[in-house]
Ligand binder design. Structure first.
Ligand SMILES: [Zn+2]
Length: 200
């Protein structure tokens, strides 16, 4: 993956990316249930700590895979609108909210020394819960105090999203920063070449 270390929701959106810049091709890193299983395992530390062992015990189904892809599509559409300063479609809201519901849980205590505290979810399927946690992460990312730092990378040919983690961060990665500088240099270069050609 060209970028990592972003909040869970952005990590999911960033599983489609362009390989090779402006003339590159679009890559989808989640085309199979195995790829999704590996992605979830790689993000275990961003999920509730009870989930990874349960996820390891149960196979990801094609249905779950489809739901993750629907969520990813809704997130991309919603984030694209938000970072463009336009209003996201109601379909994207609907999908995100529908999946976010699966993250609902409550804590319960039972006797012990110390007392045992257990988290219970409203659904049993750990894959649905994980899906819910990604959707819920997106909702918290869209809250007023955080949304201002979510960025669509402005480098040519890049479709990744990131959180502006420090004031000078303009690109998703140094690779994109270099690519943007090269493109700018080429534009200025071709303008001056055209100008000098015209004068000759
Ligand atoms: Zn980028």
């Amino acid at each position: 993956m060209p970028l990592s270390g972003e909040p869970l929701a952005l990590e999911l959106v960033n599983t489609t990316y362009i390989d090779g810049g402006r003339r590159g091709h679009r890559v989808d890193a989640l085309t199979t249930t195995d790829q999704l299983t590996a992605w979830v395992a790689a993000h275990a530390n961003q999920l509730s700590r009870e989930l990874p062992p349960a996820l390891a015990e149960q196979a990801c189904t094609p249905r779950t895979h489809e739901q993750f892809l629907s969520l990813r599509e809704a997130l991309r559409s919603c984030l694209q609108s938000v970072t463009d300063d336009s209003v996201p479609s109601s379909d994207s809201f609907k999908a995100i909210n529908e999946f976010s519901r699966y993250s609902a849980s409550r804590l319960e205590i039972s006797p012990g020394n110390p007392v045992v505290v257990t988290r219970h979810w409203e659904v049993d399927d750990p894959w649905l819960i994980a899906l819910g946690e990604v959707a819920s992460d997106a909702c918290s990312l869209l809250m007023p105090d955080r949304i201002g730092s979510v960025r669509a990378c402005p480098a040519p040919g890049c479709i990744l999203f990131f959180v502006k983690s420090h004031p000078r961060r303009e690109w998703c990665s140094p690779v994109c920063g270099n690519r943007a500088r090269v493109a700018r240099h080429a534009r200025t270069g071709s303008r001056s070449t055209r100008k000098s050609g015209g004068n000759a």
